[in-house]
Design a protein around this ligand. Structure first.
Ligand code: PGA
Length: 258
């Protein structure tokens, strides 16, 4: 299985979101093999997009969640609300949350705990800033982020976990790590998740994110170690998002797996 996850960030009104989803659905028509597609629109569009996605092969994700099911958290969206409108996934700890909104490891951890206790599947984002990469300390940095989020975290048997490796310096910049570097970090992440979360390999996936577009998607997706891509800017452009989905489909067809 390969994931193609679209993160629309703080873009598109409800009508534009629906138009883009319709375009993606049209592109999937008649296709037998498709990757697992998850779209994370803005909170304001989630409910309407969910209606359109019912009985389709695209699933709905939120861009953040928690840190609880419900309660006195002005400006936050609770897990009960997300379940109520059919949301199946939630991004947690995206670097824009960590850097711009100063969400620290403790908050990311409590959001993850809340998602773990809900029906949603968490997509936990980790990744190093450029100065850490330059100091060649990226693996340690990412390991610590995972440790902070996963240590003693109780993960129900029915749960899956998706970890997104998104180097901060690759997000929205047009720069990407080499495929070799990305694969190496995916291995580090797998080892840490096995160690801390005691998850069997079939219960977690590791995807790459950061300046993935129609040109670069295939080179990441064809790596066995990389279970998919998390796409920001390029997921807002239908043609480009289509070509990323096509790249994932080609890889799946070549592998003879769906
Ligand atoms: P980008 O964003 O594809 O625009 O680099 C990725 C992300 O932030 O998830």
């Amino acid at each position: 299985m390969k994931y193609v996850i679209g993160n629309w960030k703080m873009n598109l009104g409800t009508r534009e979101s629906l138009a883009l989803v319709r375009g993606v659905l049209r592109a999937l028509q008649g296709k037998e093999t498709v990757p697992k597609i998850i779209i994370c629109p803005s909170f304001t569009a989630l409910s309407e997009v969910h209606k359109l996605l019912t009985r389709t092969r695209i699933e709905l994700g939120a861009q953040n969640a928690g840190p609880d099911r419900a309660g006195a958290y002005t400006g936050e969206i609770g897990l009960a609300q997300l379940e109520d409108i059919g949301t199946k996934y939630a991004l947690i700890g995206h670097s824009e949350r960590r850097v711009v909104f100063h969400e620290d490891d403790a908050l990311v951890r409590s959001r993850l705990t809340a998602v773990m206790a809900s029906t949603l599947t968490p997509i936990l984002c980790v990744g190093e800033p450029i100065e850490v990469r330059v100091r060649q300390e990226a693996s340690t940095y990412v390991t610590e982020q995972l440790h902070a989020a996963l240590r003693d975290q109780s993960i129900p048997r029915s749960k899956r976990l998706i970890v997104a490796y998104e180097p901060v310096w690759a997000i929205g910049t047009g720069n990407t790590p080499s495929v070799l570097d990305a694969v190496a970090m995916h291995r580090v992440i797998r080892d840490v998740v096995r160690q801390y979360a005691h998850l069997d390999d079939d219960r977690f996936s590791v995807v790459y994110g950061g300046s993935v577009d129609g040109e670069t998607a295939y080179q990441f997706l064809r790596e066995a170690e990389i279970d998919g891509v998390l796409v920001g800017g390029a997921s807002l452009r239908l043609r480009e998002f289509e070509s990323i989905i096509r790249a994932a489909t080609e890889v799946l067809e070549a592998q003879g797996t769906v």
